[in-house]
Design a protein around this ligand. Structure first.
Ligand code: URA
Length: 210
């Protein structure tokens, strides 16, 4: 149905996501599960990244091993809910660089407003992962993708926890060069642009702000 989308459908991920969706799950468990699921998503989302040969010596013989250039990996969480995904990526690629983009939606104009942006230097060889747990309308993610492209990134993936079809459609239309990875593709958005069934407001649940 969507060309650029990979739904990482694995029993471990679905099990953990079910607990996250449950409105009885508290912030500590929610944060831990988001980190764990992101780690599992990262496994799939990095399948395409290049490796180089490195000669190593086992206790028995010399051989050629494979390495990733994790210093060429950059993760960019969209503030604030994207922060909850950073540790999951870094636990697998500890040398990755981290940049930040803060975007909110103006309640009057409904347009995205960028209030913060701090990126490490990136270029066409950077493997860049934008992190946004809830891909709802796709407006914020699309804005963040524009920002990282303007900074020079060309190999870009968007990693989410839950995506709505509306958001995936928006990204595919505006960024046909970006791969999207998600743990679930939900049904739809409601009138307030919340994902149904979703899990509520990811930022509020991470940081207990409601
Ligand atoms: N952002 C969230 O945190 N939840 C949604 O359902 C949609 C956007």
């Amino acid at each position: 149905m969507f060309d650029q989308l990979t739904v990482v459908n694995h029993p471990l991920i679905q099990h953990k996501l079910g607990i996250m969706r449950d409105d009885q799950t508290g912030p500590k468990e929610f944060r831990e599960l988001l980190k764990e699921i992101t780690l599992l998503l990262t496994y799939e989302a990095t399948r395409h990244i290049p490796t180089y040969d490195k000669e190593i010596k086992t206790p028995l013989v010399k051989m050629v091993g494979q390495c990733i250039e994790d210093k060429k990996v950059t993760v960019v969480p969209i503030l604030r809910a994207g922060l909850g995904m950073v540790e999951g990526v870094l636990s697998l690629m500890p040398n990755a660089s981290v940049g930040y983009i803060g975007i909110y939606r103006d309640p009057d104009t409904i347009q995205p407003v960028e209030y913060y942006s701090k990126l490490p230097s990136v270029d066409e060889n950077t493997q860049l992962f934008v992190l946004d747990p809830m891909l709802a309308t796709g407006v914020s993610s699309s804005w963040a993708l524009k920002v990282v492209k303007k900074a020079g990134a060309k190999q870009i993936s968007l990693m989410c926890l839950i995506a709505a079809p509306e958001g995936v459609r928006f990204i595919e239309k505006n960024h046909p060069d970006v791969k999207i990875f998600t743990a679930a593709l939900d049904e739809r958005l409601n009138d307030h642009a919340y994902i149904i069934p979703g899990l509520g407001d990811a930022g509020d649940r991470l940081y207990r702000t409601k």
